[in-house]
Design a protein around this ligand. Structure first.
Ligand SMILES: Cc1cc2nc3c(=O)[nH]c(=O)nc-3n(C[C@H](O)[C@H](O)[C@H](O)COP(=O)(O)OP(=O)(O)OC[C@H]3O[C@@H](n4cnc5c(N)ncnc54)[C@H](O)[C@@H]3O)c2cc1C
Length: 461
């Protein structure tokens, strides 16, 4: 392995001046999770061209130096945090739009473009990139692909995988590969693009993607309903499935989460009933006619299970409602100063059990617990509230999370529905997958990354 000093000067010779950081690397020690790098990376590189990405990967592979690819650092699993020193390869300067064809509903963009930038480009051209993970101004396209990001609208539109027709990447030992492209369908080879999507930087560095876009929906609105019990919430959810409508998003708050944000519920929509033990929030989009039609179907489906009337929101108040929904995570954290949130996902017909189970598990460990998230996908942000000063509470929350994962698996679900395993759940794949599936994972890894230098300590046990 190259010494730290040699590493910096060798890399400087490969890249444009100023693109190798050795001292100012502090920003790159963390992501949005609670994981922190055990030691600083030896260098952070900011390649500004494909050639520079190739040169860095080639150099690192020749000198046995680990590489941690980094997007916007909004990940919630410690995936972009370097666990073994080496090089952090940040894609932030690679943000070109290679090809935008509004008439063909298509864009090809580089990995460092933010999610929100892609959304804006689509919107300015009458189109829509429906992916809306919660940190869109920070997260980047490459990071979205590497985590197969979802978010509320994944219910109707799918996670980012559903929009990708091609991936460009630099794979070990430093080769540029193009998998797919602008064609909307391609079944000629194995789904290698699919392999890179969701691989959390452990197989290669994604440098660009071809995305299919959709025509922008003409109208958007929300429906909301409060429930007096967890059972009614589940009934309401299943009624949505039976309604004949396809909402863009089916979100929920359990009683604990709702109680925290009830005081800030948009006033123009009324107030949260004091007896509410949960809430469902539906986003509908499409043409004005279809939105009105879906409103009728959904209001009818929810009506029998809700407390009072089904709430309807359109116009400017929809933004207020979205902002309110986005405030849940930080408001819940503020109640005790810290929280531990997981992103388990279960089959939707087992959803009610997972919501109730989260609270019960917290209770068993002496911790207040609540959940919210993407009910339509069965995806819960199960959360345990802790004090930042209490190591004992953190340990109890860790133990509670273990039980939570076991519950998700026993319900036929997964330990991670959208954030990935990263460093936080490294090794946990074994809880979910059998020996043969783990062996296949290892074979894929060693075929693409024989030296194990791509994002070590992440995803795989
Ligand atoms: C407030 C908030 C809300 C969120 N809401 C959602 C949500 O609703 N849905 C959701 O899915 N996620 C959500 N997230 C998590 C996060 O935003 C997503 O996982 C996002 O896709 C990460 O993108 P990033 O560019 O920030 O990646 P990073 O955090 O930089 O990296 C994430 C992983 O991808 C790898 N990676 C990054 N770029 C590349 C690349 N170019 N090539 C190869 N590997 C790469 C990294 O090595 C790491 O393993 C949320 C996060 C926050 C802070």
């Amino acid at each position: 392995v190259a010494t730290r000093t040699a590493l910096g000067s060798d890399l400087e010779a490969l890249l444009t001046s100023g693109r190798v950081l050795t001292k100012e690397a502090v920003f790159y020690l963390r992501d949005a999770s609670r994981i922190e790098a055990p030691m600083p990376p030896d260098a952070v590189v900011l390649p500004g061209s494909l050639g520079e990405v190739e040169a860095v990967v080639r150099w690192a592979y020749r000198h046995d130096v680990p590489i941690t690819p980094r997007g916007g650092g909004s990940g919630l699993a410690g995936g972009a945090v370097p666990m073994d020193g080496g090089i952090v390869l940040s894609l932030e300067l690679l943000r070109g739009v290679r090809d935008l064809q509004p008439g063909a509903w298509r864009i090809a963009a580089e990995a460092g473009l933010t999610t929100a930038h892609v959304q804006r480009l689509a919107r300015e051209n009458g189109l829509c990139f429906p992916l809306n993970p919660g940190a869109a101004e920070q997260s980047q396209l490459g990071g979205n692909l590497a985590t197969n990001a979802g978010g509320p609208r994944a219910f109707k539109y799918g996670p980012v995988r559903a929009f990708v027709t091609g991936v460009e990447a630099v794979v070990p030992p430093g080769e540029l590969v193009t998998l797919g492209g602008a064609a909307r369908k391609d079944v000629a080879g194995y789904d290698l693009a699919g392999l890179l999507i969701g691989s959390e930087g452990t197989l290669g560095v994604i440098t660009a993607a071809w995305l299919r876009l959709l025509p922008a929906p003409g109208a958007r609105a929300f429906l909301a309903g409060f429930f007096s019990s967890g059972e009614d919430l589940t009934t309401g959810l299943l009624n949505v499935f039976a309604s004949g409508a396809t909402p863009a998003a089916v979100e929920y708050l359990d009683g604990g989460a709702l109680a925290v944000v009830a005081p800030t519920f948009p006033q123009s929509l009324g107030s949260v009933p004091t007896s509410a033990a949960g809430m469902i929030l539906l986003e509908v989009d499409g043409s004005m006619e279809s939105v009105i039609h879906e409103r009728e179907l959904l209001a009818e489906a929810l009506g029998p299970a809700v407390l009072g009337e089904v709430i309807w929101a359109d116009g400017p108040v929809t933004d207020e409602l979205s902002t309110w929904r986005d405030s849940v995570s930080s408001a819940v954290r503020a109640t005790r100063g810290e929280k531990m949130s997981e992103d388990i996902c279960v089959p939707v017909d087992r959803f009610g059990e997972a919501v109730a189970g989260t609270v019960e598990i917290g209770h068993r460990h002496g911790l207040a617990a609540c959940s919210w998230g993407h009910a339509g996908d069965g995806n819960l942000h199960s959360t345990f509230l802790i004090s930042p000063d209490s190591e004992a509470e953190r340990e109890r929350a860790d133990a509670a999370a273990e039980e939570l994962f076991a519950m998700a698996i026993s319900l036929g679900g997964t330990i991670s529905g959208e954030h990935g395993l990263g460093a936080m759940k490294n090794g946990y794949l074994r809880k979910q997958w059998g020996d043969t599936a783990i062996a296949l994972h290892r074979q894929v890894k060693s075929t693409l990354d024989p030296k194990g230098l791509m994002n070590p300590g992440k995803k795989l046990p």
